[in-house]
Design a protein around this ligand. Structure first.
Ligand code: NAP
Ligand code: ZN
Ligand code: ZN
Length: 379
């Protein structure tokens, strides 16, 4: 694994277990540059509104790769990644009302927020106005609803259990495939929420929607946009995923490495959801938008990209961004996917395979699938 920005990695060793915590097994990276290994972490004991889940599965998102390998800088080590958690509730605090022991639940990218600002009130806690949401891993416990040692970083789902405030629990529909459900709470919602926000979820008009980067997020984006009744154009770095994209539901295909293919689709798309996780030519995607179109940036790219203002002005085009989705949309997304039978294509792996998976994701995720960790069967 190729780590970056080692000079700005943060060392945040896990302190001894407090009386209000218990010890748990997890898989993480102890210091910037280390391999994955089994480590012992502390989780808060359950009180009040907290819910404990015994983990069954955790999806592996490309964001896990970015943070573990310190692509952006500022990763706190040790890091335990994972924000696509699925498990069974084994303990609830006395104030919990939404779930009970035995409930099958998921936890996504958010584990705390201020619970009182305008965005939190609207169920869009992912955009909490008081310091931003608390992420499932690599966040400080700034909002105070998490229990345990408040001076430690959050640690994610590559672990045998998780404890969260009930507000951040997604209730899984009965009968859902648990391994396939895990990626819905990041890959699914990250595509579902911008489709909803930019009007694709609730319209009689057939839109032309581009999905750029045909990996874990991208394939979900194709399926969701198609299920919402739109024409979907897959935008990929080469021609190699043409058949795969068509199988998922795309009716058009752009290979960005081929100028002819790009030209054929210029000025044609109403909306593009762009999941590309590395520096790329943003303006060539703007060229695919028709008048009034919007390019939504979703990939984590640490370096700025040049923008030609004239290309935006001439077609009243927009470049926007979107971050996962709030708890309200997240439950809607899971219910929508269950109703329409939309899931990612997955490969189940165990904890010994994490580094192989990270290498595959760094090499453009050639199969376009979501890898899902089988936590229960990982030793
Ligand atoms: P993934 O499964 O690895 O897929 C990424 C796809 O991007 C690849 O399959 C590839 O598709 C394309 N790509 C183009 N250039 C690439 C390059 N240099 N290296 C690797 N892939 C390249 O990743 P993912 O899990 O879908 O995540 C995609 C991005 O979204 C990541 O940056 C992740 O951190 C971010 N993300 C953002 C949010 C949010 O809330 N905004 C949420 C989750 C994830 P082609 O072969 O088709 O080109
Ligand atoms: Zn993710
Ligand atoms: Zn808030």
């Amino acid at each position: 694994m190729e780590f970056r920005n080692k000079e700005i990695a943060i060392s945040a060793p896990i302190p001894p277990c407090q009386d209000d915590e218990y010890k748990e097994d997890a898989w993480g990276v102890e210091n910037c540059g280390d391999s994955f290994q089994k480590i012992t972490i502390n989780r808060p004991k359950v009180t009040g509104s907290l819910v404990k889940l015994k983990m069954k599965y955790c999806g592996i998102c490309h964001t896990d790769v970015h943070f573990t390998l310190n692509h952006i800088g500022g990763t706190m080590y040790p890091i335990v990644p994972g924000h696509e958690l699925v498990g069974v509730v084994t303990e609830v605090g006395s104030d919990v009302t939404r779930v009970s022991i035995g409930s099958l639940v998921a936890v996504g990218c958010t584990v705390d927020c201020c619970m009182q600002c305008e965005m939190c009130d609207a169920g869009e806690d992912n955009y909490c106005q008081n310091g931003g949401m608390t992420g499932t891993y690599n966040s400080t416990k700034k909002h105070g609803h998490m229990g345990g040692n408040q001076d430690t970083q959050t640690l994610g789902g590559y672990s045998k259990s998780q404890v969260v405030h009930e507000r951040f629990i997604v209730i899984l529909p009965e009968g859902i495939d648990l391994a396939k459900a895990a990626p819905l709470v990041c890959a699914g919602i990250t595509m579902f929420d911008p489709l909803r926000h930019w009007g694709a979820a609730d319209t009689d008009k057939k839109m032309n929607i581009g999905i750029a980067g045909i990996g874990g997020l991208g394939t979900m984006g194709i399926k969701l946009a198609k299920a919402m009744g739109h024409n979907v154009v897959a935008i990929s770095s080469s021609d190699s995923k043409r058949q795969l994209a068509e199988e998922k539901g795309a009716s058009g295909f752009v290979a960005t490495s081929d100028p002819k293919s790009v030209n054929e689709h210029s000025n044609s798309l109403d909306l593009i959801l762009n999941t590309i996780p590395a520096p790329h030519d943003v303006m060539s995607l703007v060229g695919l938008l028709r008048t009034n179109g919007t390019l939504v940036q979703l990939g984590v790219v640490a370096v700025p990209a040049p923008v030609n203002q004239f290309a935006l002005m001439m077609g009243r085009k927009s470049i926007a961004g979107s971050l996962i989705g709030g708890m309200k949309a997240l439950q809607e997304c899971v219910d929508f996917c269950f109703k329409h039978d939309i899931y990612p294509d997955i490969e189940i792996v165990d904890a010994g395979e994490i580094e192989r998976v990270y290498l595959a994701l760094e090499k453009s995720n050639s199969s376009g699938i979501r890898y899902v960790l089988d936590i229960e069967n990982s030793a």
